[in-house]
Design a protein around this ligand. Structure first.
Ligand code: MN
Length: 259
């Protein structure tokens, strides 16, 4: 098995190192990760300045590894198009410090790393642990190995990738695995307005989860109840319901004519 691993917390992240360690005994492991943290960069790619990749060593590992000045999506593209000797069987992004849930998927560099893998047609997984404080990666790394084995056995539909969130709990406290859907909760909802030492105003985006109740079966619901949440998401953003309804609008367009 050939594995391409990226993340958005950067090459020095302990979450990345734990994932690499878990896959080294499973297959040939390649790491292409940002040289610094690129969390919340979404699916940004670098088009207007040079992309650089330099060989690095992942501590305690003999994986082939590169650090780049790019985003997670850049890293996967670099791996696929240049750095790897052959196509990987799976692309993994993580293990992220902090959850990737609900509306935050749109902002997530972790999810976008996996999404880029799916765009290349490779089964891809984004993996996060549910806590920013004292995160432990053992369960997430072991579950990622199990999940990859299952994907290679069963396959994933075209255009589908998996977004996995693992509770930051002791193994015996994990409630199980839940196949979930993306919740509609949003997180960034406040702007802090401050004044810098030179008297100029600046802003800081922040916020708390919206106080709506977690609907059963959603990613936020599952994680808050101690389940490992696995959400299949798809690259196709088309809203078929809306498209069907809109066809009855009979939209037409005619070139404007001078009267
Ligand atoms: Mn991150």
């Amino acid at each position: 098995m050939r594995v391409l691993i990226t993340n958005d917390d950067g090459i020095a992240s302990a979450g990345l190192h734990a994932l690499v360690a878990a896959f080294e005994s499973v297959g040939e492991t390649f790491v292409v990760a940002p040289e610094r943290e690129r969390s919340a960069t979404g699916h940004a790619i670098t088009l207007h300045k040079p992309l650089r990749a330099h060989v690095v060593t992942v501590p305690g590992s003999s994986a082939h590894a590169w650090a780049t000045n790019g985003t997670p999506a850049d890293c996967v593209a670099l791996g696929m198009l240049e750095l790897l000797p052959a196509r990987p069987d799976v692309v993994l992004s993580g293990i992220n410090v902090g959850p990737n849930l609900a509306r935050d998927l749109t902002y997530s560099g972790t999810v976008s790393g996996a999404m880029e893998g799916a765009i290349f047609g490779v089964p891809s997984i984004a993996i996060s642990v549910g806590s920013f404080r004292n995160p432990t990666f053992t369960i997430a790394a072991a579950f990622a190995v199990e999940l990859v084995r299952a994907i290679l056995l069963h396959g994933l539909p075209e255009d589908t990738l998996l977004n996995v969130n693992v509770p930051n709990l002791l193994p015996e406290r994990i409630a199980g695995v839940a196949i979930t859907r993306q919740s509609a909760k949003r997180f960034i909802s406040r702007l802090e307005k401050r004044v810098d030492p030179r008297g100029r105003t600046y802003y800081w985006l922040t916020g708390d989860p919206s106080p709506v109740e977690d609907l059963e079966g959603t990613d936020t619901w599952a994680l808050s109840r101690g389940y490992i949440s696995v959400t299949p998401i798809t690259l196709d953003m088309t809203d078929d319901r809306a498209a069907t309804a809109m066809r009855s609008w009979n939209l037409t367009w005619r070139p404007a004519r001078d009267e």
